[in-house]
Design a binder for this molecule. Sequence first.
Ligand SMILES: *Cc1c(COP(=O)(O)O)cnc(C)c1O
Length: 338
Amino acid sequence: MIDLRSDTVTRPSAGMLEQMMKASVGDMVFGEDPQVNELERMSAEMFGMDGAIFCPSGTMTNQIAIKVHTRPGDEVICSRMAHIYLFEGGGVAFNSGASVALIDTEKGTFTAEDVKQHINNPDDPHKAFTRLVEVENTVNRGAGACWDFEQLKRIRDLCDYRHLGFHLDGARLFNAMAVDGRKPEEYGAIFDSISICLSKGLGAPVGSVLIGNREIIKQGVRIRKAFGGAMRQAGYIAAAGIYALRNNVARLADDHRNAASLADALKLSNFVEKVNYGGTNIVIFTLRPVITANEYLEKIRAKGILALKTGERSIRMVTHLDVSDEQVAEACKILASL
Ligand SMILES: *Cc1c(COP(=O)(O)O)cnc(C)c1O
């Protein structure tokens, strides 16, 4: 099967498994796991930030960040297609008692002006207290769209001026940096907190890291404990994360090239109405009214391709390190002929 459902379906490579098997481990809660300590140290150093905490999932790193930034009754400004809003089980309300102010955008990116229009008057007791701005790079539901870095800097300036926190859901930040050519420390310089996923395009089986300034990390350690994310001999999976950061970043451009090929092939298909491709590893397309998403998925499954339904007539395909160039070429041939 050519599995294009998600970049989370990857299995650890032989080299990664070897590092995991060789890992020396200790009790992470006692601060004694060498692999976790090293992963947290190298992540913080890479982004030029004070510290980092290793967590089981990107949902947890995002939710810890939101919890640290807000108090119950506060409001978070984000896009209507934000992962924290759509796909984290209502966690913003559930975990932090916060509400969201949603910005409508086509690709999930927005401007400092959009943010400004969603900041409530802090002196108006009718309104929730605006505390945090959250952005996602790349944008998952925006077909892997990347942010313009200059726009992020303008939002940073606005956050400074209005005393707002600024959090980056960087589940696929390394995909974005492969396109915009920015360095991790440039991102570290404009955000208060950054969440990265090791288990997406970087190919680790489990794990995310929350990176931030001293106070955020100090509070984050406490909240990670309360959320049940303080693991013990987590070094076996942290070792996979270290391997991922060292070996699997440079190859992300291959996934982008493959996704671009899929986008081109889909445009040739009679079933496909519109293809959205944000320039990284995600393609989202809508189908003509002649076929439903379920029918289309069945049709391609019979030919050896798996994809994900994102709506009654829309489908997502994601490239990753466990689909080869040959498999993508094969998938393109099949998809274009439909
Ligand atoms: C996958 C993802 C996350 C985190 O998801 P987990 O499955 O909890 O690791 C967060 N944000 C975005 C944009 C994602 O795609």
